[in-house]
Design a protein around this ligand. Structure first.
Ligand code: FE2
Length: 322
């Protein structure tokens, strides 16, 4: 299965099996019954299952309170086991920037207090963490990124979702995304991405931007002096994709090319068959800095590449195969 709705995919993460779906209409009814701010989640993927989470306490920007004291000892323990399970897969596979920042947060033992982490994150790169009830609409998502606020889902998965969950939870959002927000270049890239998203919505370009998000922020690889490494949040927070992403023979690792990615469909229900490799976060930041308006116009005239194809002349990385 390839992408159903890249806008929903942009926000809702594939966690384990990459079953990723659309959420394009979220609306909300206020406690007094008014519908001043659009209301209740109405669509979630092919199952029409609404997103999880308590939207009743969310404010107009979809930010809510974390209520950290409300987590149970069982939830903290589950988070601790998730952390221990995932980190065990990452030495030698995830990039140093990710591992070093994750280690420095000392967030292994309990669900993190987002306000406390925000203090050190703000000092490092000017970002803070914004608790949200779950999936949020793309305009709210981009507005938060543009304001250097990263949305973090507040609820934690259930025990039977330990290895597989459809929607992003606090573990995925925190473990997967927050470490690299401590990297100044990546942090700037994310803020610029938010601003780009606000523009793309007006230019019929969200499909292309969603593919960049997918193939970089969620499933990106980076070439380092030590070899290929993972930086994508969707991979690092998965128990089994790190090894596949770097070493599986059936996957292809292609050198980053902005327009190639913008034309590339992706899979939402299996491991990726194609990963794109940046040579530095600076390359990613610089490649995504130009005005995309003329690119969107040009690409709208061109066909998309199916997920998994290799195009003639592409630089393929083969050194990591086992
Ligand atoms: Fe994610």
């Amino acid at each position: 299965m390839t992408e159903k709705n890249p806008l929903g995919s942009l926000i809702a993460d594939t966690i384990e099996a990459h079953e990723r779906s659309a959420v394009t209409t979220i609306s909300r009814v206020e406690p007094d019954g008014s519908a001043a701010v659009a209301a209740i989640p109405t669509t979630y993927g092919s199952s029409d299952r609404p997103p999880r989470g308590d939207y009743s306490s969310a404010r107009a920007d979809y930010v809510c309170d974390q209520n950290w004291p409300g987590y149970t000892p069982e939830q903290h323990d589950r988070y601790r086991r998730l952390y221990a399970d995932r980190i065990a897969h990452l030495p030698g596979l995830a990039c140093d920037e990710f591992l070093d920042a994750l280690d420095a947060m000392h967030a292994a033992d309990a669900i993190p207090d987002l306000a406390k982490i925000s203090v050190s994150l703000k000092k490092a790169t000017g970002w803070t963490l914004a608790p949200v009830p779950g999936l949020i609409p793309e305009d709210a998502f981009f507005a938060l990124l543009a304001a250097r606020r990263f949305p973090i889902t507040v609820w934690l998965r259930e025990e039977d979702e330990f290895n597989y969950i459809v929607e992003p939870d606090v573990f995925h959002d925190f473990f997967g995304h927050v470490p690299l927000l401590f990297n100044p270049i990546f942090a700037d890239h994310m803020a610029a991405f938010g601003k780009g998203g606000q523009k793309a919505a007006l230019l019929d370009g969200l499909k292309y931007l969603a593919r960049i998000y997918w193939y970089t922020i969620e499933f990106g690889l980076i070439d380092t002096p030590k070899g290929l490494r993972i930086y994508g949040a969707g991979i690092v927070s998965s128990g089994s994709e790190p090894e596949h992403a770097l070493h599986a023979r059936e996957a292809t690792r292609v050198a980053f090319d902005l327009e190639r990615i913008m034309r590339s469909e992706y899979k939402i229900d299996t491991f990726q068959s194609t990963y794109f490799v940046i040579d530095s976060f600076k390359q990613l930041f610089e490649a995504t800095s130009p005005d995309f308006a003329p690119i969107y116009r040009r690409l709208q005239e061109l066909p998309s590449h199916p997920a998994g194809v290799v195009l003639p002349g592409e630089k393929i990385f083969v050194a990591n195969l086992r």
